[in-house]
Design a protein around this ligand. Structure first.
Ligand SMILES: C[S@@+](CC[C@H](N)C(=O)[O-])C[C@H]1O[C@@H](n2cnc3c(N)ncnc32)[C@H](O)[C@@H]1O
Length: 243
């Protein structure tokens, strides 16, 4: 049977509601503006296309979008939406899966590079993206910056969500650049926990991965409206260009 990874049918069914703030028009529109400009008249490849949060509005702008996705359940959710049937998707691991044709844009948003839990897999992902891009084509990553500044000396857990029905904790493994996100939800009076392993990444490390894969640094921001990236930035939006 196909393995949907951490985004199985029950997670996929709740994904849009659980990430509702990420679907708000004021969040999605700047992302789509940024990506549509880079895609120009060419094709765009989304790694980890999920339920089409970005792919669908980008396609509505006239950009031809193709996705690579591990979870059939997430793709099924996208297919049920208006325009979801028209988007090509290749089921597979985006660190290794090759799609036919060339792209002017590849993008990986919402921390999804961190779903690859080894440096080897992340580097392979950059190489795969480079092989898909035409010269001058761009690769865009949106990812959180490691929040280890939030940890008191010797501590490993950072609480990122506090609520009566939902709580979230990130557990850092500094020696291995690992991060396990624990999402705790109150269901019928009982707390249920879902934990996902990640590998957090440093901006300069991503630049080096890009260079190793034949891409050069182009721009780095802390948001989709090109807010400056500073020492306090909690998020990175970076762009590299295929040589
Ligand atoms: C946080 S969701 C983001 C989905 C979508 N890009 C968005 O912005 O809403 C991460 C998605 O990446 C997919 N994914 C994670 N690791 C993957 C891998 N190695 N290969 C393919 N898809 C992967 C998951 O199944 C999930 O749909």
């Amino acid at each position: 049977m196909h393995d949907d990874g951490y985004f199985n049918e029950s997670i996929a069914a709740k994904y849009d509601d659980d990430s509702a703030e990420r679907f708000a028009p004021e969040v999605v529109e700047p992302v789509v503006d940024f990506l549509a400009e880079l895609a120009g008249d060419g094709r765009a490849l989304e790694l980890g296309i999920g339920t089409g949060r970005i792919a669908l509005p980008l396609a509505q702008r006239g950009v031809s979008v193709h996705g690579i996705e591990m979870s059939q359940a997430m793709v099924d959710q996208m297919r049920a939406k208006l325009g979801g049937e028209d988007i090509g998707v290749t089921i597979g691991d985006f660190a290794a899966t090759r799609v036919d044709g060339q792209f002017t844009l590849a993008y990986l948003v919402f921390n999804t590079i961190m779903n690859l839990t080894t440096q080897e897999a992340q580097t392979a992902c950059f190489r795969s993206v480079s092989a898909h891009l035409e010269p001058g084509g761009c690769f865009v990553i949106e990812v959180m910056t490691p929040e280890i500044q939030q940890l008191a000396p010797g501590e490993t857990v950072h609480k990122f969500r506090e609520g009566n029905e939902r709580q979230g904790f990130d557990e850092y493994d500094i020696a291995n650049q690992g991060l396990t996100s624990h999402h705790v939800t109150l269901v019928d009076g009982n707390w249920e926990r879902r934990s996902i392993p990640f590998r957090y990444v440093w901006p300069a490390e991503l630049d080096l991965m890009a260079e190793l894969a034949g891409m050069q640094f182009r721009e780095r921001w802390s948001g989709w409206k090109r807010e400056p990236f500073t020492s306090d930035s909690r998020r990175l939006v970076a762009v590299w260009e295929k040589l």
